[in-house]
Design a protein around this ligand. Structure first.
Ligand code: ATP
Length: 239
């Protein structure tokens, strides 16, 4: 994996998405700060210099395209397992946020593009290491940080994340999400909890979260029976 670092950029995901046509293999781009960090559906990821570990990894897949719907959940497994192994207990909120004590510690954004030669994914991740008061105020919701990780050597932390992530991505390309479903379910933050599903802010479903199936869909037990939810752009909230 080729690696590059930058002190500041708008968004590492946007940078790599713009360069996919010229890439020959995986590329990791790490930024100390992002001025226009992205979440899903045009939402933003906020940071300030040194507060978070932020990186994007461009990775080519052989496909097929429909398999890629499970990729954000497989990435969640890779990152959560690594962070847990480093001593910070985290769980996954479907589809792929990492929570610590119920608050968001890390965000993951996966974007894909078919360039003709390969299906590329740009996997972006921001992990809060410290949470200065002014940043917390800007975000305006309950957030988590991991001072224990902040004390680690930044390169060692990145190396631990990258090595597990690369292994998961290679396996995922061969097998799809199925072998990761059990690992995801073991890390599920809201297992058995009553939740609502929001689509553009509006409640579209309510039910008990029952984990993911073998393509990464959320299983929701509703009053009308079990339904499977594709991630698309829906968000979950506890009720
Ligand atoms: P939600 O978290 O609302 O369920 P989501 O999982 O789709 O939605 P993303 O779109 O991936 O979230 O991330 C963007 C959201 O993350 C923002 O709307 C904001 O609430 C939150 N956020 C932004 N910056 C940070 C940060 N540094 N730490 C934690 N959360 C943040």
């Amino acid at each position: 994996v080729a690696i590059e670092t930058v002190a500041e950029t708008g968004s590492t995901n946007a940078d790599l998405m713009a360069r996919l046509g010229g890439l020959r293999g995986p590329l990791l781009r790490i930024a100390d700060n992002q001025t226009a960090g992205r979440g899903r559906a045009g939402r933003s990821w906020l940071s300030q210099p040194g507060a978070a570990l932020m990186f994007s990894l461009a990775w080519p897949f052989k496909g097929p395209l429909h398999k890629m719907t499970g990729l954000p959940m497989a990435v969640g497994v890779a990152l959560a397992e690594t962070i847990v192994s480093l001593g910070v207990p985290v769980q996954i909120k479907w589809p792929n946020d990492l929570l610590r004590d119920g608050a968001k510690l890390a965000g993951i954004l996966v974007e894909t593009q078919n360039t003709g030669n390969a299906i590329w994914a740009v996997i972006g991740c921001g992990i809060n290491l410290v949470m200065p008061d002014e940043l917390e105020a800007r975000i305006g919701r309950d957030v988590a940080s991991a001072p224990w990780l902040a004390q680690m050597d930044r390169n060692q932390l990145m190396a631990a994340l990258l090595s597990r992530l690369a292994a998961v991505l290679a396996e995922f390309d061969d097998t799809g999400f199925a072998p990761f479903a059990e690992r995801w379910n073991a890390l599920h933050a809201w297992h058995g909890k009553e939740v609502v599903l929001l689509d553009q802010g509006a409640v579209v479903r309510q039910g008990r979260a029952a984990g993911v199936d073998d393509i990464g869909r959320l299983l929701l037990d509703t009053s009308a029976g079990r339904v499977e939810i594709l991630s698309g752009d829906v968000s979950l909230r506890l009720i």
